[in-house]
Design a protein around this ligand. Structure first.
Ligand code: MD3
Ligand code: FE
Length: 201
């Protein structure tokens, strides 16, 4: 089984997915993206995020001029497609909880995309963990404590890594500083995909 490392209370299962499993999961993600296209969410202030997003499952995370929240439909008005079966399988293997996730957020980072330090607080029950799967180019992930401005630690997340965020780390600030373009050949057009599974309500 994979090597586990702890970074700021987040358990990263390095190389959790074999090369063949990564290819299969990317195919399942492509099926979602064909039905629910990636788009760049707007923030309240009208700026577009650099990360492209879509979702699968009962709920998707969205942001627009009204703010951010979970919704049952893509901004195009259609229900989100079913969660990729392999994503659900990964959750069941590593989450440590009996409930299944209700949302799988799909983030796509091209060269230059990043995600500023933030907390994930849009879910009802912070006792429920978050499970994240990295595919494609490596990304410099940063995690701090539960207050903005504290010390942070960084780790390069690589294709096939699975991170489990639970317990006290669940409300820690975190973000993606940058993506190392060309570091993986998994995605034909390069870039990075991150899947984030959550229980929402
Ligand atoms: C640490 N995504 O979608 S996943 C997000 O790589 C998000 O796309 C990043 O942060 C990405 O909200 C990081 C790993 C992750 C997810 C949730 C966390 C780390 C976390 C919640 C609390 C602390
Ligand atoms: Fe987050």
């Amino acid at each position: 089984s994979a090597m586990k490392v702890d970074v700021g209370g987040i358990v990263v299962h390095q190389e959790h997915l074999s090369a063949a499993d990564q290819v299969e999961l990317v195919e399942q993600v492509r099926r979602v993206v064909r039905a629910a296209p990636l788009y760049r969410p707007e923030t309240k202030t009208g700026r577009k995020m650099s990360v492209r997003m879509t979702s699968a499952g009962t709920y998707g995370w969205i942001s627009d001029r009204k703010g951010y929240r979970y919704e049952r439909q893509h901004p195009n008005g259609e229900d989100w497609p079913p969660m990729p079966p392999m994503a659900l399988e990964i959750w069941r293997a590593v989450s440590g909880v009996a409930r299944d996730p209700q949302s799988c957020l799909i983030n796509y980072y091209d060269e230059g995309a990043k995600m500023g330090l933030h907390q994930d607080r849009d879910e009802a029950d912070f006792d429920m963990p978050v499970v994240s799967v990295s595919l494609g180019d490596e990304a410099l992930f940063r995690v701090g404590g539960p207050k903005r401005g504290g010390k942070t630690q960084s780790i390069w997340l690589k294709s096939g890594d699975v991170a489990v965020i639970g317990g006290p780390a669940r409300l820690n600030f975190h973000g993606i500083d940058r993506v190392r373009a060309g570091s993986s050949s998994l995605l034909p057009n390069g870039g990075r995909i991150n899947l984030t599974m959550r229980v929402v309500d």
